[in-house]
Ligand binder design. Structure first.
Ligand SMILES: Cc1cc2nc3c(=O)[nH]c(=O)nc-3n(C[C@H](O)[C@H](O)[C@H](O)COP(=O)(O)O)c2cc1C
Length: 193
């Protein structure tokens, strides 16, 4: 049973606001792929827009450019090994979904391959035509057209991390295959002035 529930588009930015390492999925004419990306961020609330660095040498970039779409998946801590594996191999050589036994679900709007098992959220994105930033900085801008999150960790537009949902805590790459988990939540208190 899927625990994923739709996320309002005005709340989509919150899914990557805190800088988790994400997976980028792509598909075009029967080909499909998934890679890791540490460099992504929201850039606009409404309409929801994001930016992600996708190196021009990657297979992902080729498929995203050809289809004009890509998916963003927020992997949970249970996905650390898989995240590193898809970030250190190329879809030009293997079908990473088959090779690593990754199950997909079909995106509701763009039909992209998305991942829910051991993941906390996904976003379906339509590429915005920004040739200059793509060519010069490998930075791809996109509009989010659908989003969903696992209700055990993202409820009513907000993340809630605690001991009960540890496998879904977001992961953050330190480099060289080392990750930290976002596992300790602290609410800022107003300071007396
Ligand atoms: C944790 C991690 C984070 C990464 N972040 C990015 C990133 O933000 N942008 C990027 O272009 N590549 C990034 N990479 C590298 C790609 O995932 C890697 O080049 C991948 O093999 C590309 O796969 P593809 O050719 O199948 O698209 C990252 C790799 C790892 C392991």
């Amino acid at each position: 049973m899927s625990h994923f529930r739709p996320v309002k588009l005005e709340h989509a930015s919150r899914l990557i606001n805190h800088g988790p390492t994400v997976l980028v999925t792509s598909a075009h004419e029967g080909r499909r792929n998934v890679m890791a990306a540490a460099w992504s961020m929201p850039v606009e609330f409404t309409p929801p827009r994001i930016a992600v660095v996708i190196d021009k040498r990657t297979y992902t970039r080729e498929l995203a450019a050809a289809s004009g779409t890509f998916g963003i998946i927020v992997p949970g801590a249970a996905m650390i090994d898989l995240t590193y594996a898809v970030g250190t191999s190329s879809g030009r050589e293997i079908d990473k979904f088959d090779a690593f036994g990754i199950e997909t679900v079909k995106g509701p709007v763009l039909g992209l391959p998305l991942i829910e098992t051991n993941c906390s959220a996904w976003l379906e994105c339509r590429l915005i035509d920004e040739k200059h930033t793509e060519d010069a900085y490998d930075t791809c801008f996109a509009e989010v057209v659908a989003a969903a999150a696992d209700a055990r960790v993202f409820v009513d537009g907000h993340w809630t991390v605690d001991e009960s949902n540890q496998p879904l805590h977001t992961i953050h790459h330190l480099g060289a295959g080392k990750f930290v988990r976002a596992s300790s939540m602290q609410l800022a208190k107003p300071l007396a002035r």
